[in-house]
Design a protein around this ligand. Sequence first.
Ligand SMILES: [Zn+2]
Length: 72
Amino acid sequence: MKNNEKEVDIKKCKKCGCELASDTRGNLCLNCKKKRVNFWGLVGKGTLAVASVVLFLGRVVLFVVTRGKKGL
Ligand SMILES: [Zn+2]
């Protein structure tokens, strides 16, 4: 690949490669920024779900272990 085309001062989105307005902050276009926010929102929710499952499993394991020690 050659990048020898005229060097124009156009920012491009890091993700989708679309042109950015010169006053855009960062390397992502609005769409990709929104997507990223959604992504992290989903990750947060997923983490919470996983955490609650882990907590639940931990309780079950503790329950089983304590029962086992009591010899029931
Ligand atoms: Zn983009």
